[in-house]
Design a protein around this ligand. Structure first.
Ligand code: ADP
Ligand code: 5GP
Length: 212
C-alpha cells in the first residue's frame, strides 16, 4: 500500500471442505481489528448459519440487481450458486483503515488481484485428498451429488496454488491458525503499511534544532 490510511484485504481461498471457514473464525479471534467480509450468496442457508453473519442470503433477483448496478468488488458462480463481495461494505471498512478477511473462491481471488488493490492472498490446502474427503463428508452439509461435485473440482482448484502469495497446509488446526496469524501480522508490519504510524511517531519528536 502507498502509506494511506486504508486497510488491507487478506484473501483466503481453498477447496471446499479444507477447513477454511473454521480457520477464518479462529483467525478473526486471534487478530484483533481484522473484519470478516460477509459475502452475499444465493445458496440456501445451512443449519447453524445466520443471515448477516456467515453470509447475506439473497435470492437470484437481488443478487442479479447488485451485479447490474456494479455492487460487487468481485463475484463468481461456485457450485451452482452465486457468491459476491459487496463493494460498499468493503469500501467503508477499508476507508476506516481496518483490515478485512475475504473467504472467497480462486476465481474471486483472481478478480481482486486484477484490480490492483492492496491485497495479500493465502491458499489453504488439506494435508491430503483423504482428509479432504473425510472433512467434507463429516460436515454433512451437501447431498451426495453436491459432495461429488466439490470433490471432482478439488484437484483443478488445488493447481491454482501458485497464483497466491502464501500457502498454508491445514493439517493440525492450531498450527495452521498460528501460521495464518503470523502471515497477517507480518504483512501488517511491512514498511509500506506502517508509514502513517511512523509519521505519527515522528511527529512526537522535537523538530531539528529545537530538541534537547
Ligand atoms: P470449508 O470452509 O473449507 O469448506 P469447514 O471449515 O466447514 O471447511 O471444515 C470442514 C470440516 O473439517 C469441519 O467439520 C471442520 O470441523 C473440519 N476441520 C477443519 N479443520 C480441520 C483440521 N485441521 N483437522 C481436522 N478437521 C478439521
Ligand atoms: P460455501 O458454500 O461452502 O460456504 O462456499 C463455497 C465457496 O464459495 C467457497 O470456496 C467460498 O470461499 C466461496 N465464496 C464465499 N463467498 C464468496 C464470495 O463473496 N465471492 C467468491 N468469489 N467466492 C465466495
Amino acid at each position: 500500500m502507498d502509506g494511506s490510511d486504508r486497510g488491507t484485504l487478506f484473501v483466503i481461498s481453498a477447496q471446499s471442505g479444507t477447513g477454511k471457514s473454521t480457520l477464518a473464525r479462529r483467525l478473526l479471534e486471534s487478530v484483533p481489528g481484522l473484519v470478516f467480509s460477509v459475502s452475499h450468496t444465493t445458496r440456501p442457508r445451512r443449519a447453524g448459519e445466520q443471515s448477516g453473519r456467515e453470509y447475506h442470503f439473497v435470492d437470484d433477483a437481488v443478487f442479479d440487481a447488485m451485479v447490474a448496478e456494479g455492487g460487487f468488488l468481485e463475484w463468481a458462480r461456485v457450485f451452482d450458486h452465486k457468491y459476491g463481495t459487496g463493494l460498499a461494505a468493503t469500501e467503508s471498512v477499508l476507508a476506516k483503515g481496518a483490515d478485512m478477511l475475504l473467504d472467497i473462491d480462486v476465481s474471486g481471488a483472481g478478480q481482486v488481484r486484477a484490480k490492483g488493490l492492496d491485497a495479500v492472498s493465502i491458499f489453504i490446502l488439506p494435508p491430503d485428498y483423504a482428509s479432504l474427503t473425510e472433512r467434507l463428508t463429516r460436515r454433512g452439509s451437501e447431498d451426495p451429488s453436491a459432495l461429488a461435485l466439490r470433490l471432482r473440482e478439488a484437484r483443478r482448484e488445488a493447481l491454482e496454488y501458485d497464483r497466491f502469495d502464501y500457502v498454508v497446509v491445514n493439517a493440525e488446526l492450531k498450527e495452521a491458525v498460528s501460521e495464518l496469524s503470523a502471515i497477517v501480522r507480518a504483512e501488517s508490519a511491512r514498511t509500506a503499511r506502517r508509514r502513517n504510524r511512523v509519521t505519527q511517531i515522528l511527529s512526537t519528536f522535537p523538530a531539528p534544532g529545537t530538541g534537547a
